[in-house]
Design a binder for this molecule. Structure first.
Ligand code: AMP
Ligand code: GLY
Length: 441
């Protein structure tokens, strides 16, 4: 099957690998040349991924039978819609269905309208004075969020990014005035406390098939300090749930995703593709932080390498609406993924610095390597301002997977790189278990 993958990050490298491992002939549209995808692909087109007409032109020329979209921006730009209108199957949501991610206002309204459990107190404002009243009502314990896409970097939370009602109001005003996230509006949410986890699921418009849960680390610095980033690394456990969760928590999250998919269908926005829930496990159950219309990055790299079922068959089942008839399984293994990012990432990144990657040694030591945003020139790899590459270790237990990951990271050298080494380490995981025990009393 001739398959087009849109996007050129590490998540898309993992998707491309899954496509090739499933017997697909790979084509790619990406905005910068990912060295890993380049090697896997039969052909590629370096172009803006949100240019629906050009993506269509390329897909028609290459006689693409199935397209998979990695990032949210091309979905928002209607790439799915344009390809489908021209007879190309797409295993990703339409622009309308993807609004579950691209408008946080839409997501919260949908949850309210259909009385789906797991929402938080929240309101949208286009007037900073009115936002102030709500922030005061919540005693400043709020998250201040742009409505639209900001690449995971637009949200500010009390205690993490500001420490007073004044600062919260100031940022809310800035979001409205500067139209951060594309709208003159701001979403104010009650701050919820707990442990975050990601649940991704395959979806065919009706049924979902949830994958192993993953915990991402959005904060830049060890110990969950510093600004929010696109994600610094992630882990999963062979049980399919995380060490601080119970099977009931997992079920609760899966039920919320199922209800959202049903609500979208009722709204005439049938959802096909991978759906992603970012949840906070709190003393009062599972709360929705955000819903994404795609695989997570890094979370795709935790789950896709464990997939035992043919990935393209799952994609076709999502497209054709018969996921319930499909037997899907994952290897019962634990995974740890750590990103290598340029020094200063998330603040003032140092781009254009060489990274030496010994691919052979990484392979020999059992690690997986996924390239993200780097440039390759004359066989050398250089950083950009975004995340550079990710290493994944897989083993029975998280501890061993973490050791494999660290061992392989030794074969990525550069004077101007940064890694959050605490991800997947025993100390951090124990801290999370204790945190949850404390909250649950
Ligand atoms: P988002 O882009 O919505 O995922 O937000 C980025 C990060 O901000 C999340 O991963 C959470 O750590 C934090 N966050 C977002 N909303 C809330 C909330 N209502 N309460 C507490 N933390 C939040
Ligand atoms: N890992 C966060 C995201 O993909 O949005």
């Amino acid at each position: 099957m001739r398959v087009l993958v849109i996007g050129g990050g590490a998540r898309e490298h993992a998707i491309c690998k899954a496509v090739c491992d499933s017997g697909g002939e790979l084509y790619s549209v990406m905005k910068n040349l990912n060295p890993g995808i380049k090697r896997l692909a039969k052909d590629y087109f370096i172009h803006n991924e949100t240019d629906a007409e050009k993506v269509l032109e390329y897909a028609l020329k290459k006689k693409i039978e199935l397209a998979i979209i990695g990032p949210e921006a091309p979905e928002e730009a209607g790439v799915t819609n344009v390809l489908e209108e021209n007879g190309i199957k797409v295993a990703s949501p339409s622009k309308e269905a993807a609004e579950i991610e691209t408008s946080k206002e839409f997501m919260r309204n949908l949850m309210e309208k259909y009385k789906i459990k797991g929402s938080v107190k929240c309101r949208v404002f286009s007037d900073a004075e009115m936002a102030k009243e709500f922030i005061e009502m919540l005693d400043g314990e709020v998250a201040v969020k742009p409505i639209g896409l900001t690449g995971g970097k637009g949200v500010k939370v009390a205690g993490d990014h500001f420490n007073s009602i004044e600062e919260a109001v100031k940022y809310a005003k800035e979001v409205i005035e500067k139209k951060i996230g594309g709208h003159s509006k701001v979403l104010i949410e009650e701050k919820v406390v707990g442990e975050e986890f990601t649940l991704q699921a395959f979806c065919d418009g009706n049924a979902i098939y949830p994958m192993p849960a993953v915990q991402d680390h959005k904060r830049l610095l060890p110990g969950d300090k510093g600004p929010n980033t696109g994600g610094m690394g992630s882990y999963s456990h062979k049980s399919g749930i995380l060490p601080f969760m119970t099977p009931d928590d997992y079920e609760e999250a899966a039920t919320i995703l199922q209800k959202i998919v049903e609500a979208l269908k009722k709204e005439g926005r049938q959802y096909k593709g991978v759906i992603y829930g970012q949840f906070m496990l709190t003393a009062n159950g599972v709360k929705v932080i955000e819903i994404n219309a795609r695989f997570g990055d890094p979370e795709a790299m935790n789950v896709l390498p464990l997939l035992k079922t043919n990935y393209l068959e799952i994609c076709m089942a999502m497209v054709e609406g018969n996921l319930s008839n499909k037997k899907i399984s994952f290897e019962n293994k634990s995974t740890v993924c750590k990103y290598v990012v340029p020094e200063g990432y998330g603040i003032k990144p140092v781009a254009g610095k060489e990274i030496k990657v010994n691919e052979e040694k990484i392979r020999e030591n059992g690690g997986l390597l996924f390239y993200a945003s780097v440039n390759e020139e004359n066989g050398k790899i250089y950083t950009t301002t975004s995340r550079s590459l990710a290493i994944v270790g897989i083993a029975e237990e998280i501890e061993e997977a973490e050791k494999i990951c660290e061992k392989c990271l030794q074969f990525v050298e550069g004077e101007h790189i940064f890694i959050r080494h605490d991800i997947g380490k025993k100390e951090l995981i124990e801290k999370r278990i204790k945190h949850m025990e404390m909250l649950r009393g």
